[in-house]
Design a protein around this ligand. Structure first.
Ligand SMILES: Nc1ncnc2c1ncn2[C@@H]1O[C@H](COP(=O)(O)OS(=O)(=O)O)[C@@H](OP(=O)(O)O)[C@H]1O
Ligand SMILES: [Mg+2]
Ligand SMILES: [Mg+2]
Ligand SMILES: [Mg+2]
Length: 329
């Protein structure tokens, strides 16, 4: 993935109908994870709710892109070593991508995948994540968050210029069993916990790098009410949830602009990673996120996450800021 990030060609990036970017790496990652899940879970038929589909790839102009993705997928599976099967064909790859069309819902088990979360960050050479979660009867019971560019050391506040520059973190959480972080090369497994800060003035907060994804004005008004002194930490993707789960910062604020509908794959893995680390994740009204409604989250105004001590204060600040915003319109 990191190699693909460094060697990405202009022709490897397309724009989707909603104007957001998608790359050969997004498609390739979705195909690899889908293929692996099918292989590892042979007894059950796989239900996968994933972001990408093969629509664009199946038209004339998609041919070359499909060849490139197929090569990336086969190279990845071969380098994994555990795979002895013959190489996948382009059709196998398209089919693996289209496995992700499930509607999810409140019954049975569904895997939820964002093959690359933070594609814009990926293109910029910044943060991105591969996010996989398992829903059981509408509840997230398992979450894995791979963040290849996230430093192993804290990215919070004044440790930002730390000399410890090793990157690549894997977070995983199982319901009732806590959250663990490991380096992506497999060493140093540790149990992580959210920040224990109780005084909101000492808290620092995460938000989207892209101002188009979350109102920076609203979060700055909320931070002001809380007396937060530190400037916002803006990073792409669910790496924010990962960083929050190990206490790099104490708050995550996300307020998309009017009319945007959140997708479950943008939050399922991150949500359990934070809650199992002792945190709380809610919508702007303080309700827990409901992953049982299909591919979208049906929620009030925004998403926030913090520790249990700070949540009541945060909820109050969010309410006030949202009221002020409405009354100023
Ligand atoms: N308009 C708008 N508003 C809110 N959110 C949006 C919007 N457009 C896209 N997205 C989704 O944001 C996902 C990227 O996550 P972040 O916002 O946390 O990352 S970033 O810091 O802004 O890059 C991103 O996930 P990926 O598509 O997987 O990159 C999108 O699902
Ligand atoms: Mg996308
Ligand atoms: Mg995403
Ligand atoms: Mg994505």
């Amino acid at each position: 993935m990191m190699k693909v990030q460094k060697e990405l060609l202009l022709s490897d990036v397309q724009s989707k109908s909603d104007k957001s970017p998608v790359t050969v790496a997004d498609y390739g990652s979705q195909a690899v994870v889908s293929f692996m899940l099918e292989r590892e879970l042979p007894s059950k038929s796989l239900s996968l709710v994933a972001e990408e589909d093969s629509g664009y790839l199946r038209n004339e102009r998609g041919q070359e892109t499909v060849q490139r993705i197929t090569k990336l997928v086969n190279d990845t599976l071969a380098s994994d070593g555990s795979c002895s099967e013959s190489p996948l064909t382009a059709e196998d790859v398209l089919r693996a991508i289209d496995n992700g069309k499930s509607e999810g819902g409140s019954h049975g088990q569904h895997w939820v995948l964002d093959p690359i979360d933070g594609t814009k960050g990926f293109l910029r050479g910044d943060q991105y994540a591969i996010a996989l979660a398992l829903l059981d009867e509408g509840k997230v019971v398992l979450g894995v968050l791979a963040c290849p560019n996230l430093p192993l050391a804290s990215i919070g506040g004044d440790t930002q210029h730390s000399s410890h520059r090793e990157v690549g973190c894997l977070f995983f959480a199982e319901v009732g069993a806590g959250t663990y972080m490991q380096s992506l090369d497999g060493s140093s497994l540790i149990k992580v916990h959210v920040s224990t800060i109780e005084n909101s003035e000492e808290a620092s907060f995460f938000e989207s790098f892209e101002a188009a994804h979350s109102s920076h004005d609203l979060s700055s008004s909320i931070a002001k009410k809380l007396g937060v002194k530190a400037p916002p930490v803006r990073i792409d993707s669910q790496a924010k949830y990962g960083a929050l789960s190990r206490g790099d910062g104490a708050i995550y604020l996300r307020f998309p602009h009017e009319g945007y509908r959140e997708k479950i794959w943008d939050h399922a893995a991150g949500c359990i990673v934070v809650t199992e680390a002792g945190g709380v994740v809610t919508d702007a009204a303080g309700h827990p996120l409901d992953f049982s409604k299909g591919r979208y989250l049906d929620l009030e105004a925004g998403i926030m996450a913090t520790n249990q001590k700070l949540m009541p204060l945060l909820l109050k600040a969010v309410r006030e800021s949202l009221e002020e915003k409405t009354s100023s319109l």
